[in-house]
Design a protein around this ligand. Structure first.
Ligand code: UD1
Ligand code: CA
Length: 457
């Protein structure tokens, strides 16, 4: 049977108290709606229709994906009306699954089970047992245990309010009968909305059996109405992902203190310490260790690399067995070849650092190319910016740059050259040369400090 998914995402989300449309608030660094679209696509449907309204353009721009059909709902007249907006695009022989843009953590397997319910009848509901059902639509069953309708909280009698089996909102239906039920909806209820839930009563009244499937894990059907709920789902999402990573061989000091906001590819025996945030697309080779309080963003760490505590690796490629940090910042365009070292309080940007080269302390290296075995002393700075344009610094193999050197780019230091500490290098240094540019040291004997002179007077 062919599947079409309808995702409801038109609501404003007033309780987020945000200018960002609700469904664009992120879970794991991606809009909630993008997660729901992924889940829908995982079911290999014929089409995914997203019903959107508030912030329509932003929503489309942020979540567009091949195979997504965008349907506008100008006025939000209720969940039933929202589904109706998409129905003209749905083919007659399809099975329809209704999901929500603010319910991001449903598992495709669970939805597969729900869709299985359509083998026995035209309508299947995903329900859940809860201790405190306040706010949910309640599932009303008859004496034989058959689902006969859903009653919304605001319309429920006291005895109906005591029901603890609730509607998750997610349902599946055969397209043709669904179309018929939607046609017959009215807004004659406390909310004066066209309620999708009313199709259940219509189906049951027509003698159809309604399949109820209970979901065990409430996070799968939890929705987000405010930032407290968003944070709770973020935790659930992180824990779910980190558990999967640990089972795949990634060691973590504490899975509650590693956040992945993107994709992580990894080799064997990776170790991640506490308070690490991983963003974008990161690839980490076997045996890599990441110390506490690090941020990795869109980077590659090759086998055996070590990133020590409090380092930021952003848009950089770190070669095998390199050491980075503690307190290092690698900015986009940094490339470290095998065994290179970047130590504390070093910032690099658009810098290629050759095999075994070292920048161990307090440096800025930008728009630079270092050969192999180069040593940059503490406090070395590439002056790459003249206030107008950026210029390159090139340093040959095995060059030794003394501490506190300024390399005023564009400048080239040849292979094997030595630069004396404290130099300001403004002209190219030839291969094997020594360059020094500091004033000669002076000595004044018998010098007295101003205070000492005063007391003598
Ligand atoms: C809905 C169910 C309720 C269930 C609960 C679970 C209905 C009538 N009730 O209630 O039984 O227990 O979910 O959370 O379905 N939306 C639109 N367009 C509209 C109206 C809503 O896109 O015209 C979207 C909203 O953005 C929202 C979602 O549909 O994300 C649910 O709508 P809402 O009115 O919040 O339903 P609930 O009161 O949560
Ligand atoms: Ca809601």
């Amino acid at each position: 049977m062919q599947l079409e998914v309808i995702i409801l995402a038109a609501g404003r989300g007033t309780r987020m108290r945000s200018r960002l449309p609700k469904v664009l608030h992120p879970i794991g660094g991606r809009p909630m709606l993008a997660h729901v679209i992924d889940t829908a696509l995982a079911l290999e449907p014929r089409a995914v229709h997203v019903v959107h309204g508030h912030g329509a353009e932003r929503v489309r721009a942020a979540c567009d994906a091949p195979g997504v059909d965008w349907v506008e709902q100008d006025r939000q007249l209720g969940t039933g009306h929202a589904v109706e907006c998409a129905m003209p695009r749905v083919q007659a022989d399809s099975h329809v699954l209704v999901l929500y843009g603010d319910v991001p953590l449903t598992r495709p397997d669970t939805l597969g089970t729900l869709l299985g319910g359509l083998e026995d009848g035209p309508l299947a509901l995903l329900t859940m047992e809860v201790e405190a059902p306040t706010g949910y639509g309640r599932i009303v069953r008859d004496d034989a245990g058959q689902v006969c309708r859903i009653v919304e909280e605001k319309d429920a009698s006291p005895s109906e309010r005591a029901i603890t089996e609730v509607n998750t909102g997610i349902l599946a239906a055969r397209a043709e009968p669904l179309r018929g039920w939607l046609d017959r909806l009215d807004a004659d209820n406390a909310q004066q909305e066209y309620l999708l839930t009313d199709v259940v009563g219509l189906a049951a009244a027509a003698g159809e059996s309604v399949a109820g499937r209970r979901v065990a894990d409430p996070t799968e059907v939890s929705g987000v109405n405010n930032r407290v709920q968003l944070a709770a789902l973020e935790r659930a999402y992180q824990l779910r992902g980190n558990r999967a990573l640990m089972l795949a061989g990634v060691g973590m000091a504490d899975p509650a203190r590693v956040d992945i906001r993107g994709r992580l590819e990894h080799g064997e025996d990776v170790w991640i310490d506490v308070n690490v945030v991983i963003e974008g697309d990161c690839r980490i080779g076997p045996g890599v260790t990441v110390g506490p309080n690090c941020v990795l963003r869109d980077c590659e760490l090759a086998a055996g690399a070590r990133v020590e505590s409090h380092s930021v690796v952003d848009g950089a490629r770190v070669g095998p067995d390199c050491r980075v940090g503690p307190f290092a910042r690698l900015r986009p365009g940094t490339r470290l070849d095998a065994g290179a070292r970047v130590g504390n309080f070093v910032e690099t940007k658009a810098a290629a650092i050759g095999e075994g080269s070292k920048i161990n302390h307090l440096s800025y290296v930008g728009d630079a190319e270092l050969g192999r075995g180069v040593n940059l002393g503490a406090g070395t700075i590439t002056c790459n910016y003249d206030g107008h344009a950026k210029h390159r610094t090139v340093i040959g193999d095995r060059a030794f740059i003394g501490s506190d050197t300024q390399l005023v780019a564009p400048v080239v230091v040849g292979a094997g050259a030595t630069v004396g500490a404290g130099s300001t290098i403004t002209r190219d240094v030839g291969e094997g040369e020594l360059a020094l540019s500091r004033p000669r040291q002076r000595h004044v004997s018998g010098w007295r400090r101003p205070g000492e002179r005063d007391s003598e007077a």
